[in-house]
Design a protein around this ligand. Structure first.
Ligand SMILES: *Cc1c(COP(=O)(O)O)cnc(C)c1O
Length: 228
């Protein structure tokens, strides 16, 4: 199946669900992204700043780029002029830098707090207490150039379905609690970004509003991994 065929399949499948498709184009060349763009896709996810910046420069300017990988504070400046959403905010320090760089460009950048839900040591993210602490901080309250619009999580790799389900449920419960406590009057706080090629169906059952699909759309990845 071609990239366009794969996209059409997802479009059909997600029809009627309140779920946005993020096409994860990491490790794929710009021409693969363009093929997806020409098939109608407009939102793409990348996890490495250098790769994202290179593609953004040569691809149509109406693409909405989401950064979905760990972001170092010293790299925020490269994406601040154009990024649509940073899904992987995992510290107050990073959020402060995004706020600062967004202000330089007179922008408000949408952000998701990445929550640690996997039973693995390697995944980045905030735990529940850290997320609450961030939202209660005076520093966050003073930020004018970021907007937190939801939460993102990555489930454990190769887990049994039951565990994946539990992890997504945990994220949705936390989302509901944070919504009630901090964003009750803000309609913009509405995103639960969870689900990838292997587990998106479970994620949608558990209340995902954004699925991040890479390999099921683009197939085996082509570019060698850049160093982050
Ligand atoms: C790579 C990646 C995806 C997409 O994974 P696939 O299994 O290829 O669909 C989604 N989210 C994040 C954070 C990723 O790094």
């Amino acid at each position: 199946m071609s990239i366009a065929d794969n996209l059409l399949k997802y479009k059909k499948e997600l029809e009627g669900e309140q779920v946005e498709l993020i096409a994860v184009s990491k490790n794929n060349e710009a021409d693969a992204v363009l093929e997806a763009y020409n098939a109608g896709q407009r939102i793409f996810g990348e996890n490495i700043v250098q790769e994202l910046v290179e593609k953004q420069a040569v691809l149509p300017q109406d693409i909405e780029w989401h950064l979905i990988g760990h972001l170092q504070t010293n790299k925020v400046k490269y994406i601040a002029p154009f990024i649509s959403m940073i899904e992987s905010v995992d510290s107050l320090k990073l959020l402060a830098e995004i706020n600062k760089q967004a202000a330089k460009h007179k922008r408000v950048i949408d952000c998701l707090l990445q929550i640690y839900i996997a039973d693995e040591e390697t995944k980045f993210g905030l735990d529940h207490a850290e997320a609450i602490e961030l939202l209660r901080s005076e520093e966050y309250a003073a930020m004018k150039n970021i907007r937190i619009t939801g939460l993102m999580g990555i489930a454990s790799n190769n887990a049994l379905e039951k565990q994946t389900k539990d992890e997504f449920q945990e994220l949705k419960v936390l989302f509901d609690g944070i919504k009630m406590s901090f964003f009750r009057k803000e309609d913009s706080f509405k995103e639960v970004s969870m689900g990838m090629s292997g587990d998106y169906k479970i994620a949608i059952e558990e209340g995902s509003t954004m699925v991040r699909i890479g390999s099921n759309i683009f197939g085996a990845r082509k570019i060698k991994h850049f160093k982050a």
